[in-house]
Design a protein around this ligand. Structure first.
Ligand code: G
Ligand code: G
Ligand code: MN
Ligand code: NA
Length: 252
């Protein structure tokens, strides 16, 4: 397939770049980190979204070198921010397919070492769909990276292959509430579910991040429900490096 060949070339030809989206702690009035979102600038097709090329990368095994590049680049950038006085952690999305290989731990260690970045400045976002893979293997690899001091969060929580039982098995530090919940906060049942998730997270000593926060109403609802860390277009869209310093100045 054409796109498959192109994907192989994309790494060599430096066609990937990262956009960073801020997370904001409403209670503390301060930033809570950046999420790294991968972008592919295709020479003919223009920007190809990860929803299109990640599945292809998974099928072809290219997900390993692509994730390695993303993690290295995000760690380097995080270190640059630190030197500019922006001491914010960065999170990188992981595909479940990655746990098939034994490359994660080495990938994390070398990305941190190469950037001379402290482990607590890196976070990994996994999704519930990972349960489709060998759960014992996932637990083993996640425990190893957490031992290093790297944080792990469960992305898109509450949709897809949700299983509360998973929270008891998979070692994580935080939950990211899927943006499908936040888009429908007028629904009393959705609010009840969010409230219950927040309470459960408290008991389990997990942080909660709400995704897809787009307006003031969302923020008010979420704050009432006890959720204080938010990510979404209201605070900032995914941005290129060059835009970050300006965004930080305007966010005060
Ligand atoms: O911002 P955006 O619309 O591009 O993100 C679309 C989807 O792609 C999201 O589910 C996001 O988690 C995923 N994604 C973004 N960057 C990466 C990446 O580096 N690796 C993986 N596996 N998924 C990513
Ligand atoms: O699956 P994951 O959470 O990693 O992907 C984040 C996705 O959500 C990206 O596609 C990102 O561009 C998108 N996103 C981030 N904030 C918002 C928002 O406020 N509204 C909507 N609709 N999408 C968002
Ligand atoms: Mn994510
Ligand atoms: Na998500």
């Amino acid at each position: 397939m054409e796109l498959e060949k192109d994907l192989q070339l994309a790494l060599e030809q430096r066609q990937f770049y990262i956009e960073y989206q801020p997370k904001w702690n409403v209670k503390m009035h301060r930033m809570a980190g950046f999420e790294a979102l991968l972008r592919w600038q295709h020479p003919r097709l223009g920007t190809v979204t990860p929803t299109e090329f990640i599945p292809l990368a998974e099928e072809t095994g290219l997900i390993v070198p692509i994730t390695r590049w993303t993690m290295e680049e995000a760690c380097r950038q995080c270190k640059v921010w630190q030197s500019q006085g922006i001491g914010q952690p960065v999170s990188v999305n992981l595909s479940g397919r990655l746990f098939h290989t034994d490359s994660l731990i080495d990938m994390v260690q070398s990305a941190l070492a190469e950037a001379a970045l402290a482990p607590d400045m890196l976070e990994l976002e996994i999704t519930e769909s990972m349960v489709l893979y060998d759960i014992n293997e996932i637990v083993r690899q996640l425990e190893a990276v957490r031992q290093l001091g790297v944080r792990v969060s469960m992305d898109d929580f509450g949709t897809g292959y949700s299983s509360i039982g998973l929270l008891d098995r998979i070692p994580i530090d935080a939950l990211k509430l899927d943006r499908l919940f936040i888009g429908d906060l007028e629904s009393p049942s959705k609010r009840a579910i969010i409230k219950a998730i927040v309470l459960m997270a408290e008991k389990l000593r997990l942080d909660v991040v709400a995704e897809g926060v787009e307006d003031k109403e969302h923020i008010d609802f979420l704050t009432q429900l006890g959720c204080h860390v938010m990510q979404g277009f209201f605070y900032g869209k995914p941005m290129k490096n060059e835009e970050i310093a300006d965004w930080i100045r305007s966010a005060g």
